[in-house]
Design a protein around this ligand. Structure first.
Ligand SMILES: [Zn+2]
Length: 100
């Protein structure tokens, strides 16, 4: 399916500010989700859906990315990947419910 992040363009747009003083300008970077392929697999779209659901719940419960990562014993980078469809978010679902 078409990548929902870049909408099939394969790139993400942002503002780049080089350190050499030439000023900020729009830049295009390879889309993190489809890595420039413009499409994502069915598996990736499932990961994305699950990851986004987790991120929503985490936000509702008022935890930041790093707090949540610490709670789960993973790095914020790993958690971020899981929440954005770059890594399998299944472990988040399996350990999501903590007893009281
Ligand atoms: Zn993309």
């Amino acid at each position: 399916m078409i990548c929902p992040h870049c909408k099939g363009e394969g790139v993400s747009r942002g503002i780049g500010c080089p350190m050499n003083g030439t000023g900020c300008r729009p830049i295009e970077i390879e889309c993190y989700l489809c890595r420039g392929s413009k499409e994502i697999t069915k598996q990736q779209s499932e990961w994305l859906m699950l990851g986004e659901a987790h991120r929503e719940r985490r936000r509702l419960e008022g935890r930041t990315l790093s707090e949540e990562a610490k709670r789960r014993g993973i790095s914020p980078h790993e958690l971020s990947c899981m929440e954005t469809g770059r890594a399998d978010p299944t472990p988040l679902l399996e350990t999501g419910q903590e007893g009281d």
